[in-house]
Design a binder for this molecule. Structure first.
Ligand code: ADP
Ligand code: MG
Ligand code: ZN
Length: 497
């Protein structure tokens, strides 16, 4: 082993995340303005005196945001205190009309907790330090793109006051891949809770902290680093990350950058860096601000909030991992099918409603393989067809009852249901897909017997192939749509009777 690789192994990346998620509420956190951002809306149209910070305007806390926060706390196993408080975080920047942000400080709504996830087939659990409610600032655009070269800057307060939950993890990650896997799991859980919409633009923003820390001299693989090394390591905080993949890339870049600096004997500056997605690099923004820079003090316009009763009242749904496991046990699904069918709460709910009326494995094949595949191909979601569960059940029943062939059901009926919005019976009628009806089969049996007297005699003489020959004749007459077993039976009856 070379000296360099030995050295590499003696240090590890240490990562902690601060994840801002937009809570799904109809209105902003302290006023009645809508949170429904229309892509074509004009700037500064979804505003009022409160979210514009006009003198004398007073905040009123949105119950929906508190409820969402309590759900998150329960899902993460946080301690939710009896009472929670709001603080002002002061800084002067044009995206902040009041010159302070209402946030939480010493009594956040969620204290502690953890989240488990898998990465490369291994189970990891990361601690949650805290999670608190706060308001989003407005958004800023520098004409010309860059703050250094812009001639002027535009401010839009439509986003100001959007409810956010900031979820802060312990510095428990050891690689960029772990951070990404955590974000995927967190997103999944938040969507199950119904408090978050990942498809909303800018609904997830991550600040990622990374340092390179020396492993303790006597470290085995698990114990690895001591607290003193952790505390004294200079770390950088990377801002402006808006996707799981971006977080992984930014952290991988930053890990390499810091390792290189250390190997060359340079010190890593404690600073805030910006993730430049288009260039795939992090760039220095400013030296890291300290807590005292923000002059936190109590928000006098919002009284302390008693959340104890909320905590008792609010219930959360079964979470993805638990549901996955139950699907395996209750419906006998393999891991892959269970994972697919619990990928979102909507998919899982849809499947369970169907599994109630059919054999669970049949239902699983239909939802996991056929429906999700066809939806994905059309860039649709289960939510787009939720209202058509009845039609979908009808389709499965038609196949189950042998009314149409599996091939026709999959390749014609399902696809036309999605493309043309027709119901299965309509499609079957229009496309003439129904298996030949009983009368037609009976008629074909009669014809086959009449036209093939020689075969009939052979049959009565006990010749083995005769019946098969007649079955083939009937199948031909019905264009292959009759059921061979039924034909066989009908022929026997007629020949014997
Ligand atoms: P600050 O007050 O600077 O925001 P916090 O204690 O709130 O610091 O931690 C912010 C984030 O930094 C947390 O996610 C935490 O896990 C992470 N963090 C703390 N120490 C380290 C470290 N040595 N390396 C990487 N991340 C760290
Ligand atoms: Mg912080
Ligand atoms: Zn408002």
């Amino acid at each position: 082993m070379t000296a360099q690789t030995a050295e590499q192994r003696d240090r590890t990346a240490v990562i902690g995340l601060e994840v801002h998620v937009q809570l799904e509420t109809a209105t902003k956190i302290f006023c009645g303005c809508s949170t429904d951002a229309d892509p074509d809306e004009d700037p500064n149209t979804r505003t009022c005196p409160v979210c514009l910070g006009l003198p004398g305007a007073l905040p009123v806390l949105n119950e929906g945001a508190v409820e969402a926060a309590v759900r998150i706390g329960k899902a993460l196993g946080s301690e939710i205190p009896e009472e929670t408080r709001f603080h002002r975080k002061n800084y002067y920047y044009p995206d902040l009309p009041k010159n302070f942000q209402i946030t939480q400080y010493d009594a956040p709504i969620c204290d502690g907790g953890e989240l488990a996830f898998s990465v490369d087939g291994e189970r990891r659990t990361v601690g949650i330090e805290r999670a608190h409610l706060e308001e989003d600032p407005g958004s800023i655009s520098h004409a010309g793109g860059s703050i250094d070269t812009a001639e002027y800057t535009l401010v839009d307060y439509n986003r100001a006051g959007t409810p956010l939950m900031e979820i802060v993890t312990e510095p428990d990650f050891r690689s960029a891949a772990e951070a990404r896997a955590f974000l995927a799991k967190l997103t999944e859980v938040l969507e199950y809770l119904g408090v978050f919409d990942v498809t909303r633009d800018g609904s997830l923003r991550v600040d990622a902290n990374l340092s390179i820390v020396e492993r303790a001299a006597d470290a085995d693989a698990d114990a690895e680093i001591d607290e003193a090394a952790l505390g004294s390591a200079n770390r950088t905080e990377i801002k402006n990350i808006s996707s799981h993949k971006g977080a992984e890339q930014a952290l991988a870049y930053e890990e390499t950058r810091q390792r290189n600096a250390i190997e060359r004997g340079r010190e890593v500056e404690q600073e805030t860096r910006h993730w430049d997605e288009s260039r795939g690099i992090t760039v220095s923004m400013r030296s890291k601000e300290a807590e005292k820079d923000y002059r936190y003090f109590r928000e006098g316009d919002l009284p302390p909030l008693r959340v104890a009763d909320w905590t008792e009242r609010i219930e959360i749904p079964e979470l993805p991992d638990a549901r996955r496991e139950r699907f395996g046990e209750e419906y006998g699904l393999d891991d892959e099918a269970a994972a697919k069918l619990t990928s979102t709460k909507q998919v899982a709910d849809f499947y369970e409603r169907l599994a109630g009326s059919f054999d669970p494995e049949t239902a699983a094949t239909w939802v996991a393989d056929n429906l999700l595949g066809e939806l994905n191909y059309r860039d649709l979601e289960i939510a787009d067809v939720e209202g058509r569960l009845g039609e979908f059940a009808r389709l499965v029943a038609l196949v189950d009852d042998d009314e149409i062939t599996v091939k026709n059901a999959e390749e014609v009926v399902l696809r036309r249901m999605l493309d043309d919005g027709l119901d299965p019976d309509e499609i079957i009628e229009r496309e003439d897909l129904g298996k030949t009806d009983d009368d037609a089969v009976a008629a074909a049996v009669g014809d086959a017997i009449e036209e093939n007297q020689e075969a009939v005699e052979d049959y009565h003489a006990g010749e083995d192939g005769a019946l098969n020959f007649l079955v083939g004749q009937v199948m031909q007459k019905t264009g292959g749509s009759a059921d061979p077993g039924t034909v066989n039976e009908l022929l026997r009856k007629r020949l014997e009777g």
